[in-house]
Design a binder for this molecule. Structure first.
Ligand SMILES: Nc1nc2c(c(=O)[nH]1)N[C@H]1C(S)=C(S)[C@@H](COP(=O)(O)O)O[C@H]1N2
Ligand SMILES: [Mo]
Length: 321
C-alpha cells in the first residue's frame, strides 16, 4: 500500500472549516459563491493527523522569555501556513493568496480623541520605537494554538505617540480594505473593513503588543504585514492584522465579530476554558504543528499580568466572550 507522507504544514480536514462563521457556514458559502473564496483547498485538504515535528527553540534571550509561554515554539512553517485572514478567503490556506497584500508604502492614521490627528508612514513609525522580541502563546477561538516569537513594540508606546485626550477610553483599530488584493471583501455579510477594539487600560498593559515581525523576520503578509495587534490573553480575533487606522474613542466600539455573530463573539473575548462558544468547547486547544491537544488556561496563561484589568467586573459569559 502506498502511504502518502503528509508535509507538516498540510492541513487536516477540520482545519479548513471556517468555524468563525458558525452555524451559517452553509448559507454563507451559498451566498458568496465558493469561487471567489479559494475553497478549492477544502477539497484538497486531507483528513490526516499532522506529523509530529521536532521543535527546536533557537535559544531566545531572557528578555524574550519574560512572559515564559511554558511550551515550545510552533515551527515557523506551521505558524506561517495556517492562518485566519478572511480578507483573503475563509480557509486556513491563504498564505499564497495573501502575497497580493500591498505593503509599500504603508501609512497608519491616528485620529479621534487625540491632541492632533496625524498620518505616519510605517517606516517613520519604526524610527520612533524600539523593537523587541516577545514569545507569546496565541489562542484562536476555534480551539487551536500557536506559540510565536513576535518582533514589535509595546502598544503603550503607540498610545504615547498618539497623545490621546483624557476623554479617550477605547482604541478602535482597522485593517486595510483593498478590493483588488482581497477577494474576501466580496463576502457580503461581513462588516468590512475588519475592525476591533480595546480599552485604554488594556492598551497600556505591558502584555499588549504591536507586532511588526515574527521568527526574527519582518511580518509575513499572511500574518498581517507590516503591522498588527497582538493581545495574547484574548481570543485571536482581537489581534487584527495589517492595521491602517487607530482611532481613540469615548465609547466602547462595536467590533467586526460582534456585528457578525453577536451570539458567539463579544468585545472582551478573554480566553476562558469555562465558557464554551455556541457550538464547541473552549476547554482544550490543539497545538498546531503537533498532534497534541492541551488544556486551555484562563487568560491564556497570562492572569498574573492581566487579571487585575478585570477585577470587580462580573465574571460571566459576556465578560469572557
Ligand atoms: N484583518 C484580519 N485580522 C485578523 C483576522 C482576519 O480574518 N482579518 N483573523 C483573526 C483571527 S480569528 C486569528 S486567530 C488571528 C490569526 O493570526 P495568524 O494567522 O497570524 O496566526 O488573526 C486575527 N486577525
Ligand atoms: Mo481566531
Amino acid at each position: 500500500m502506498l502511504i502518502k507522507r503528509i508535509r507538516d504544514w498540510d492541513l487536516p480536514e477540520s482545519a479548513a472549516t471556517p468555524e468563525h462563521i458558525g452555524l451559517n457556514r452553509r448559507a454563507a458559502i451559498a451566498t458568496m459563491g465558493a469561487a471567489t473564496l479559494g475553497f478549492g483547498s477544502i477539497g484538497a485538504a486531507r483528513a490526516a493527523t499532522p506529523m509530529e515535528v521536532k521543535i527546536e527553540d533557537p535559544g531566545y534571550s531572557k528578555a524574550a522569555m519574560r512572559f515564559d509561554p511554558g511550551r515550545p515554539l510552533t515551527p515557523q512553517k506551521n505558524a506561517e501556513r495556517y492562518n485566519n485572514f478572511y480578507e483573503f478567503g475563509l480557509s486556513k490556506d491563504i498564505w499564497q493568496a495573501a502575497q497580493k497584500l500591498p505593503v509599500e508604502p504603508w501609512t497608519i492614521r491616528i485620529d479621534g480623541l487625540v491632541e492632533k490627528p496625524f498620518t505616519i508612514s510605517f517606516d517613520d513609525l519604526m524610527k520612533k520605537v524600539k523593537v523587541e522580541t516577545r514569545i507569546y502563546r496565541h489562542r484562536c477561538v476555534e480551539a487551536w494554538a500557536i506559540t510565536v516569537p513576535w518582533e514589535g513594540f509595546p502598544a503603550s508606546e503607540l498610545v504615547k505617540l498618539a497623545k490621546p485626550l483624557s476623554s479617550a477610553k477605547y482604541l478602535r483599530y482597522t485593517t486595510l480594505a483593498d478590493h483588488k488584493a482581497m477577494p474576501g471583501l466580496s463576502i457580503p455579510f461581513f462588516p468590512w473593513p475588519y475592525h476591533e477594539g480595546m480599552t485604554m487600560a488594556e492598551a497600556n498593559n505591558e502584555l499588549a503588543f504591536i507586532g511588526t515581525g515574527m521568527y526574527h523576520q519582518p511580518m509575513p503578509k499572511q500574518d498581517g504585514a507590516p503591522i498588527r495587534v497582538v493581545l495574547p490573553w484574548k481570543y485571536g480575533f482581537k489581534s487584527a492584522k495589517s492595521i491602517v487606522r487607530i482611532e481613540f474613542v469615548k465609547d466602547q466600539p462595536e467590533t467586526f465579530w460582534e456585528k457578525t455573530s453577536p451570539d458567539m463573539y463579544g468585545f472582551w473575548a478573554n480566553v476562558n476554558p469555562k465558557y464554551p462558544t455556541l457550538r464547541w468547547s473552549q476547554a482544550r486547544e490543539r497545538l498546531i504543528g503537533t498532534d497534541k491537544t492541551v488544556p486551555t488556561v484562563i487568560y491564556n496563561g497570562y492572569e498574573k499580568w492581566v487579571g487585575s484589568l478585570y477585577a470587580g467586573m462580573k465574571q460571566d459569559k459576556t465578560l469572557f466572550m
